[in-house]
Design a protein around this ligand. Structure first.
Ligand SMILES: Cc1ncc(C[n+]2csc(CCOP(=O)(O)OP(=O)(O)O)c2C)c(N)n1
Ligand SMILES: [Mg+2]
Length: 658
């Protein structure tokens, strides 16, 4: 069935009009991209995309990612025109204003129909790779009748130029994610001007080298767009379609220029555009016949959705898919209490990265939603378990992803998997390389995504690899990120607790900072004390003068320091604080009980001291490392930098006497 261009042109012009008018009203925003890609989007929505505005969360819908998030008016227009409940026209009038779901960039948590938050260029496409992975995994697990959808992306020059693009398309090509299609807004313009200012790369050749199929089309010719998409659908590889477009198409004086990328057209140019497009409707008004066309195609997906629902109801695996897509854990306790009880009896002395693997053996066996991986550090991150067999192009039912040395790509893909739903992703690298994926961790938190980051080799305790590999500021800088749980467990019990808590967080990510070196058991109970973020591990014997607060490997040091203080008649509590954020959520009374005002508070953590004032106060003492580490065995470094009772106790006594 070929499309009637006469009908499509006004539909696309509705996107153009809404976009230029909303940006003008806000006096802020990006009209160029939505105006340029209006024709491509109209063909995609009218002919190919599987969606139902009355059920934005329908599990088997196609996923559409607007990776070029600055063009947010494109998706707001599409959602409104096709008949989603929101945004209303009033929401669009309030584009970029406080409280409007039409935020500056698309936010997944503000508007159903927005699959992920985009704006940081490159990450939308990289998240789409994760969505396509989740789709194939669930397809392999639940079958074609229940899971059978595609992942579509609109990306700009910026998304393709960012470094993460290399990681993302390498992974997608290797995994043969043939149901992923990228529509590239090939307009040869970025903010500074023509793309020839900064690049001469043959982008399609790069994609082909990564195992992709490529096509090109005239992005303003509906028949040619349709042809290119049909070709992409017919090819088994992931596809890139270079859609040659004119930025700001329709604006007679500004189209084709970088001036239309990110500023309102202005009243005169808007009038001229209306004239040129033959668009006589007033601002924020859509002619009835055009709206009717859009609304009728918005109803096209209803039958497919209803068919799917009846298949779901009749399928033996339907309830399990529904559970997973709702983000609920399997019924029961996932074996956690029994495992904690065993640990409290065994008291193993293991590295917390090893303890993490032990906890994962239990959890991955009980929670099929968990899909693990590592950025080429599987043996170091201890992320692979018996239950998680490799996820490969030949076996999408696998649950372990060899991400390769692609930390940022891994983190973005995990965001995509978590947002797709049905999967709880976790992945590992060295903590020091959390910076490589930092903006994706930020997007996990912003998007309310349940992603678990397994960050091992968490301090100078990693030893001989030296300062390039020794995270010093990382734990604290991750704590600075809102809505992220940062765990630094002290032993196997706290590690198991951290895992149980992280997996249970439906709407926020966690980072587990884990040691390379062995750590003794500091606890012998199984009371989930980490759930409070911090707790009194040891109460003072003599009259309490000091409260030592420590995390991870330094809890052992704090215990030794407390023993030495007690030997001198100085009463000392030890507080283990595996998670600042959870501690902050406790009552004032609990926090005051754990960190009383009438004692000297001392933090001990092998990292920067910046921030510990929050817990020790301005008259407390911070023991840390405000410098890069050094290359030497871990024990030597702990001695050298003063993380021993012998070095710490005199400082405490001096402070008490000052
Ligand atoms: C990681 C990142 N860097 C920079 C920006 C700021 N920025 C927004 S759009 C843009 C230019 C993008 O060019 P292109 O993708 O070609 O968009 P077009 O101008 O064609 O709409 C830049 C640099 C950003 N949003 N994200
Ligand atoms: Mg561009």
């Amino acid at each position: 069935m070929s499309l009637d261009p006469a009908r499509l042109a006004p539909m696309a012009n509705a996107i153009r009009a809404l976009s230029m008018d909303a940006v003008q009203a806000a006096n802020s925003g990006h009209p160029g991209m939505p105006m340029g890609m209006a024709d491509v989007a109209t063909v995609l929505y009218s002919k190919f995309l599987k969606f139902d505005p009355s059920a934005p969360d329908w599990a088997d819908r196609d996923r559409f990612v607007l990776s070029a998030g600055h063009g947010s008016m494109l998706i707001y227009s599409l959602l409104h025109l096709t008949g989603y409940a929101r945004p209303t026209m009033e929401d669009i009038r309030q584009f970029r204003q406080l409280g409007s779901p039409c935020a500056g960039h698309p936010e997944n948590f503000m508007l159903p129909g927005i699959e992920c938050t985009t704006g940081p260029l490159g990450q939308g496409l990289a998240m789409a790779v994760g969505m396509a992975m989740a789709e194939r995994h669930l397809n392999a697990t639940f079958g074609d009748a229940l899971v059978d959808h595609r992942t579509w992306v609109i990306a700009g020059d910026g998304c393709l130029m960012e470094g993460i693009n290399h990681e993302a398309i390498g992974l997608a090509g290797h995994l043969k994610l043939g149901r992923m299609i990228v529509l590239w807004d090939d307009n040869r313009i970025t903010i500074d001007g023509g793309t020839d200012l900064s690049t001469s790369e043959d982008i399609p050749a790069r994609y082909r080298a990564a195992g992709w199929h490529t096509e090109a089309c005239d992005g303003h010719d509906a028949a040619d767009i349709e042809r290119a998409i049909q070709a992409a659908l017919a090819d088994g590889r992931p596809s890139l379609i270079a859609c040659r477009t004119v930025i700001g198409k329709g604006a007679p004086n500004k189209a084709g220029s970088h001036s239309v990328h990110g500023s309102p057209l202005g009243a005169d140019e808007i009038s001229a555009t209306r004239e040129a497009l033959g668009w006589s409707a007033l601002a924020f008004e859509i002619p009835a016949d055009v709206l009717a066309d859009w609304r009728s195609l918005g109803k096209n997906g209803r039958a497919a959705r209803a068919d799917w629902e009846s298949r779901l109801a009749g399928d033996a695996k339907g309830a399990e898919l529904s559970r997973r897509m709702a983000g609920e854990l399997p019924a029961g306790d996932a074996g956690v209490p029994a495992y904690l009880a065993k640990l409290s009896a065994d008291k193993p002395k293991v590295a917390t990265r090893k303890a993490s693997e032990m906890a994962l053996e239990v959890l991955t066996a009980e929670v099929p939603d968990l899909v693990g991986g590592s950025a080429d550090l599987t043996g170091s991150n201890n992320t692979k378990t018996k239950a998680t067999q490799p996820f490969t192009a030949d076996s999408y039912d696998g649950r372990y992803v060899y991400y390769g040395i692609r930390e940022f790509g891994m983190a973005a893909a995990m965001n995509g998997m978590a947002l797709h739903g049905g999967v709880i992703p976790y992945g590992g690298t060295f903590l020091v390389f959390s910076d490589y994926c930092r903006n994706a961790i930020r997007l996990s938190a912003l998007q309310h995504a349940r992603v678990v980051y397994v960050m091992t080799h968490d301090s100078i305790g990693l030893g001989e690899d030296g300062p390039t590999h020794q995270p010093v500021e990382h734990v604290m800088s991750l704590r600075a990120m809102p809505k992220l749980l940062v765990f630094r467990p002290a032993d196997a019990i706290e590690t198991a607790e951290a895992w149980a808590i992280a997996v249970a967080q439906k709407d926020r990510p966690s980072v587990l900072c884990l040691s390379r070196q062995n750590l003794p058991a500091v606890r012998a109970d199984s009371e989930m004390k980490s759930a409070k973020g911090a707790y009194r591990l040891k109460a003072a014997d003599a009259a309490r003068k000091v409260v030592l607060i420590a995390t991870g490997s330094e809890v052992e040091v704090a215990m030794a320091s407390a023993a030495a203080l007690e030997a001198q008649g100085i009463g000392a509590d030890v507080v283990s604080m595996p998670c600042w954020e959870l501690f902050a959520e406790q009552s004032d009374a609990y926090r005051a009980e754990v960190l009383p005002v009438d004692a000297l508070k001392v933090s001990i953590e092998a990292g920067v001291t910046l921030g510990w004032e929050r817990h020790v106060g301005s008259d407390g003492l911070t023991i840390g490392l405000d410098d890069f580490g050094a290359s030497a065995p871990a024990e030597v470094l702990f001695q050298h930098y003063g993380f021993t009772a012998d070095a710490i106790v005199p400082k405490i006594i001096a402070k008490l006497n000052s």
